[in-house]
Each structure stands twice: as C-alpha cells, then as structure tokens.
Design a protein around this ligand. Structure first.
Ligand code: HEC
Ligand code: HEC
Length: 359
C-alpha cells in the first residue's frame, strides 16, 4: 500500500514537467535514474545560484555561467572562488542537454550529473572548492528552511535527501531546461517569419552553409550548430572520417594542459582536438575558443579565413584559407548575431532566485 502511494506520488511529480519545445524539435535525453519534475528543476535553480556551494561563499555555478552572457562569464579563462585561473574558458550552458560529451575536450564525460562534480570538487584548479567540506555544505542546506521545503518536495519519503548525489541530480535537471530556440534565425528558418533576418544575415547564412565559401556547417552542424544527441537519435558530422567530433583547428600551440582530447587518450593524433561548440548566442560569449584567445568575432573569422593560425599535423583538412571579402566577413558576423535569443537572457525560469534576498 505504502509503495503504491509512493509510486503514484512519483509519477505525478514526473508528469508535472513540460518541455514546451517548439514543434519538430527533439526532446533531450534524460537519465532513467533522474527523471524531470518541476520541483526538482526549481531546487536545482536555487542550488545553481547559491554561493554557499563554494568554500568561501564567493561563487556559485552562476558566477561563471551568467544568464545575461548566455551562461558564460566574459573572461578568457575562468577564475575560481579562491582566484585560481582555470586553463580554459567557461562554456555556455544553453542547450547543453543535447551535448553528447561535455566540456571542451573530454570524450569520457557524458552526463551532466557527473560533470557537476567537477566544479564542486576539483582541486587543480579550485573552482568551488568543496572537496573535504561536502558535509559542512550539506549541513547548511539541511538547516535552511527554503531547502527543507524544497528537498522534501523533490524527494518525498527519503530519510536523508541532503546528499551530494541529489545536489548534482537537481543541478543537472535545472541545466537540462536551459533550452534556446527563439533567436531571429529560428523565427526565420522554422517560425515562418521570412523578415526576421536582415539581408546581410541571409547572405552570411549562405556563406556559413557553403562548402566552398565558409564550410562552417561541416563542424557546427544542424539546428544547434554542434553535434547533438536526443531522445531516439544522434546527429553528428556526416563524414566522421573527415571531421570527427573533436577537431584540431589551428587555434594554438596546444601546450599542456590544453592539448585537447590527447589529455585523455594519450594518442599523438589527438593533440589539439577540441569539441566544436554550439554557436548559439555567440555574440554574447566572447572571448572565444577553449583558451579565450580570440577577443571578437572579427578575430574568429580572420582566423578561419587564414586557414588557422598554428599549422599542425592534426589540423582538420576542412580548415584551409578562405576567399572572404570584407563584405563577406561582415555578412557572416551578421548571421552569427542572428543566433542570439534575447528572451533567454531574461527568462525568469533560469534567473537567480536569491537576487535581492539575504542568504
Ligand atoms: C570557476 C568558474 C566555474 C564555475 C564556478 C563553474 N563552472 Fe562550469 N565551466 C567552467 C569552465 C572553465 C568550463 C569548461 C571546462 C573544461 O573544458 O575543462 C565549464 C564547463 C561546464 C559545463 C560543460 C558545458 C558544455 O557545453 O560542455 C557544464 C555543464 C558546467 N560547466 C556546469 C557547471 C555547474 C553545474 C557548476 C556548479 C556546480 C559550474 N559549472 C561551475 C567554469 C566554471
Ligand atoms: C573543422 C571543423 C570546424 C570548422 C570547419 C569550423 N569550426 Fe568553428 N570551431 C571548431 C572547433 C573544434 C572549435 C573549438 C576550437 C578551440 O577552442 O580550440 C570552434 C570554435 C568556434 C567558435 C568559438 C566558439 C566559442 O564558444 O568560443 C566560433 C565563433 C566558430 N568556431 C565559428 C566558426 C565559423 C564562423 C566557421 C566558418 C567560417 C567555423 N567555425 C568553421 C570547429 C570548426
């Protein structure tokens, strides 16, 4: 009997979450042991923005992933709560639910639940610095009336819901909801609004999707401009032999610890291979590349037009000098700017619930 009631309660919770995706867009993959619920997403939002999640109370996930910057931080390299510099640049979390692998270059990291442990516990460099202080942090949550209520709602009938596992699960559930499909480009391409793009952006679109002129789509492919997986499918580069999910694009000398997936595989042919990230909201996420080495979109286009800056034996054959006039470059940038979803930047579902409240 007790089980039956619990079962009903759990299904009711799971059923109360709606993705509300535009018609035709696929649903993200959700792990079987972490079903979505509205209450869980709400709890995840509180935790995402709670600075008590760092060793010195100075940072939360939201400090390096700021909503108004499409969940990046505006820095070339992220800085942790104790000031330590991360070797790489913060990444946008928009549509991260669709990413088959996470972070710039880690073929082994495939779940948001697992990813969240990184910033929480990493020591080289320290991001949030919770290692060794996990119990202190969980104790703080246990004593907070806001969390007492939220955890009980999400994990009813659990003797101790205040575990690190539940923290990372709720953070992941929140992150999965950050979905952006309302840019001018979306309205133009799928929303039946032919005038949502300027003529310049339309010309830029043609360059982006042309193999001869820009070739960008070969790595930044599909509606998310990056490889995706979703419920029932996976869309990656068409020709994996030619491109592959991780690519060397001649961005740097690739010195340790920024040698791409080589850091994991140890295979020399993997040096410099990084993920081609989504280009949605790219206008807001400068500086660019894994090391933040390009300050502006003009710099990025100049890099591609030159066929890469640091030639390397592993460089993708798709990266080669391009014939782009000044007008072409401006058009490409106009196109990239049409991928900005301004509603997302202010959407209250993803904003800081602590703003204006003491905590
Ligand atoms: C000190 C700044 C900082 C903090 C704090 C931080 N992040 Fe990040 N985040 C980064 C950086 C830098 C990367 C890229 C890491 C890499 O490539 O090694 C990243 C990458 C990610 C990614 C991968 C995105 C993708 O497209 O693959 C996710 C997801 C993420 N962070 C979630 C979180 C969560 C959840 C928290 C809080 C528990 C958090 N971050 C806290 C800086 C930060
Ligand atoms: C061969 C595959 C490939 C092609 C072709 C390609 N890119 Fe990329 N792109 C990548 C990879 C990989 C990265 C990440 C590289 C790094 O950080 O070292 C990237 C990064 C970027 C970034 C920075 C993303 C960020 O979040 O910092 C932008 C902007 C970008 N590409 C735009 C373009 C444009 C515009 C074109 C066409 C002119 C293009 N790309 C062609 C693979 C590619």
């Amino acid at each position: 009997m007790k089980e039956a009631i619990l079962f009903v309660a759990v299904t009711a919770l799971a059923a109360d979450f709606e993705w509300n995706l535009p018609k035709g867009f696929p649903k993200p993959v959700v792990p079987a042991d972490n079903p979505m619920s509205a209450a869980k997403v709400e709890l995840g939002r509180y935790l995402f923005y709670d600075k008590r999640i760092s060793v010195n109370g100075k940072q939360s996930c939201g400090s390096c992933h700021r909503q108004e910057l499409a969940f990046t931080d505006g820095l070339a390299r992220a800085a942790g709560t104790t000031g330590e510099l991360h070797p790489r640049s913060s990444m946008s979390l928009v549509n991260v639910a669709y990413a088959p692998t996470l972070t710039w270059a880690n073929p082994t990291l495939t779940s948001l639940e697992e990813q969240a442990l990184g910033p929480l516990l990493n020591t080289a460099p320290v991001e949030l610095g919770l290692k060794g202080r996990e119990e202190v942090f969980l104790g703080e949550l246990r004593r907070d009336p806001v969390y007492q209520q939220l955890f009980k709602k999400v994990y009813p009938g659990t003797a101790n819901p205040f575990t690190l596992g539940n923290v990372t699960k709720t953070l992941a559930a929140f992150e999965r909801t950050i979905i952006s499909m309302r840019s001018p480009y979306d309205r133009y391409r799928w929303g039946g609004e032919p005038d949502a793009l300027s003529p310049a952006a339309k010309r830029g679109e043609l360059i982006f999707f042309s193999s001869e002129r820009g070739g960008c789509f070969q790595c930044h492919e599909g509606w998310n401009f990056s490889e995706i997986r979703y419920e029932g499918g996976h869309d990656g580069p068409d020709d994996r032999a030619m491109t592959g999910a991780f690519l060397n694009t001649g961005v740097s000398h690739y010195a340790a610890p920024n040698r791409g997936i080589y850091e994991f595989t140890g295979q020399p042919q993997d040096i410099g291979k990084f993920r081609a990230p989504t280009l949605r909201n790219i206008e807001l996420t400068a500086p660019y590349m894994h090391d933040g080495s390009m300050a502006t979109l003009e710099d990025v286009i100049a890099h591609y037009a030159a066929g890469g800056k640091y030639p390397h034996a592993n460089q993708s054959k798709v990266i080669r000098p391009l014939q782009l006039s000044q007008q072409d470059r401006r058009d490409l940038i106009e196109f990239l700017k049409s991928l900005t979803d301004r509603d997302m930047l202010r959407d209250p579902r993803w904003s800081d619930p602590w703003a204006g409240k003491p905590h």
